[in-house]
Write a protein that binds this ligand. Sequence first.
Ligand code: FES
Ligand SMILES: [Fe+2]
Length: 451
Amino acid sequence: MTQTVAPHTPEVIGNDLVAEDWERLTFRVHRSAYRSEDVFRAERERIWMTSWLYLGHETEIPRPNDFKSRVVGGKPLIFVRDAQGQIRVWLNACPHRGTILCREPEGNNKHIQCFYHAWTFRTDGEIAAIPGEDAYDFSPGFRESVKLRAVPRVDTHEGFVFISFAPEGPSLLEHLGKAADIMTMATLQAPEGMTVLPGVQRYSVKGNWKLSVENAMDGYHFAPTHNTFVGYLRETGYAVTDDDQYAYDLGDGHGMLRLTGHGGRIGMIWEPRFGEAEKEHTEQVRAEMIARLGEERALQAADASRILYVFPNLMLFDLEALSIRQFEPVSAGVTDVRAWQYVPNGEPEETRQIRLRTMASFIGPGGLATPDDMEAYEAVQRGIEATKGDDRGFNDWSDMSRGMISEVRGEQGRSIDEGAMRSFWRAWSRAVGPVESDDRPGSTSTTGANR
Ligand code: FES
Ligand SMILES: [Fe+2]
């Protein structure tokens, strides 16, 4: 560090890529955290191979033998409902010689057959056929050894299916902690439950996965980045305000923005762009929720929009409508994203149409918000190359100090502050711990050759 900062040492959390200073009210993240493949490898090992990870929703595979193939935590998986109706998660690699077994993204099939030598498996993992079986000693031990390989742990909360590659560790509910009830609230609007619609929005972003976490927990960017959308809302007669929008640290890296100042909620809070006809339906839904859940719980679920981040790879955008987003880091600078619409069962067709249109207009990859956000975090990923290897002062650090001053006064952080990002980064830093990286202040290697 040089003369630009006084000799004062911020508290270093977990690893020395996150520095928090309550004397100067600063919180900074070293930019190698987004760039370095060494950091990426450490994350793989210490977060993705140990934590619970969101895989998918059980309503995506409603019938026996429905399957999806999906990569989570860098591992190809088969997410399937077996013939008996039980949810199974298999490693998508043939027990014979390791070939990808299931090459279609989704389907329904009683058997999974490897194209290489045609070994065939049932959806419950048992071997069904091996061509030229008489060339093997087909003992029970052999039969056992050629079953599909299971992910060590699978568990479900409110239909959301999580996996863990660690055989031991906290239970899913322990991991979810306070986030569990926020997920539950997202399921309360429909007496007949919620379902994930077929069809997935898939896109790839040239940015580090943590930038998408920051972006979702960042109310500060809303007005400047999404000014087209804000203008559109104003034109439809809806006022947008940052009042009554707060950020909550839910512990263990989970975070939430609770928003009551912008955006209606289909079926729960009417706004002009939903159309006059939707007014009556909204009143019916609210009355039904109050009758079923009691006023307090019903209004808690209905009256606020929530952006929930469940560490490390799930986001629930419980806004105008409900969108589930899962992200999958590919490398330090690339992230794959998948998103689904999560809808109430049994809602009227007209409402469903409004829901789909409204969601696509804002959150979808062709909407008025998501492309702005992608541009923002791709621009960050490009921009932080400028300060790589620059060890003068805090040149190569990003600042997330906004709102520390009100935290000191004991006030609840607002969504336009950066408190939700700080709690994420603290948890991240503790989980990852120290990392040996060639992309650090004073480092001799600044070529970026590994990117
Ligand atoms: S690798 Fe699958 S059958 Fe041989
Ligand atoms: Fe945004």
